[in-house]
Design a protein around this ligand. Sequence first.
Ligand code: PEP
Length: 267
Amino acid sequence: MTRPLMAGNWKMYKTPTETQHFFEKFNALVADVRHCEILICPPALDLTTAVEATIQTNVAIGAQNLYPGKEGAFTGEISGRMIKSAGCCHVLIGHSERRRYFHETDANVFEKTVAALEAGLTPVVCVGEVLEEREGGKTEEVLVRQFRGGLGELTADQFAELVVAYEPIWAIGTGKTATPKIAADAHATIRKEAAKVFGSSAAKSLRILYGGSVKPDNVGILMAQEEINGVLVGGASLDPLSFAKIVNYRNSDRFLETQPHQLMHSR
Ligand code: PEP
C-alpha cells in the first residue's frame, strides 16, 4: 500500500517572504518523516519560492489550479506546463471554492484533470457535498455525479495517476469536521463508483484524502480509518508547527515532547 499523502492548501494566504519563513521552520520539523508523503500547495506567486525552499527535502509542492491549455491568450491564467517547469508535481482541481466562486463545473474538472496529466502533474481532484445535500440524503448522488462527470471519461492509465480528495463543503473552514464514520462512508462510496467505472483493482489503489477542518487533535482518529489515505488541510496547514503535528499524526505526543522550542513559539 502506498504511503498516506498529507497535503496542505494555503488558499490565498502568504507572500513569497512568508513562504520562505514557513519553510525555514517546517522543513526541520518534518525532516525525519518517512511514514507519509508531504505536499504543500501555495498560491501561484509563491510556487517558485516554495520549490526552492524545499529542494532536497521530503516536501513536495503543488499548485492550486491550472488552465487547461498549453499556452495562449488567457490573461491571468497559468498552464500545467508552467507549473511543472516551476518544479511542482501536483495540482489541486475542482476545489469547492473554485466550484462555488469561479463556477467550475464537472466538465471543467475533466478538462483540467486531463491537462494536468498531460503536463506530467498528479491531479488532486476535490469532490464533496454542501450541507443541504447531506441533510437531504443526497450525498451519494452528488459524489457519484461529480465522480462520473469529472473523472468517468478518463482512460484507465489516466485514472491510475490521480488522487481524489473528499471534502464535505459544510466542513471546510467551518471548524466542523466530518466524523470518521461519515468520512469513511463517503470514501467507500467514491471507491465503489471507481470500481464500477475502472475495476476493483484500480479502485483499491485509488488514494482518497479527507479534507474539512482537519486539525492536530482530530487527524489521528481520521487517519485510523482504513478508507482514509491522507488529508487535505486548509487553515491548519498555514502554521508550520500545526501542519507538522498533522504530518506526525502517528506519534504527535512524542513529537511534541521533542519540539519544546517550536511549541513555545506557537503559543
Ligand atoms: C481546504 O481548503 O481544502 C480545507 C479543507 O480547508 P480547512 O482545513 O480549513 O477546512
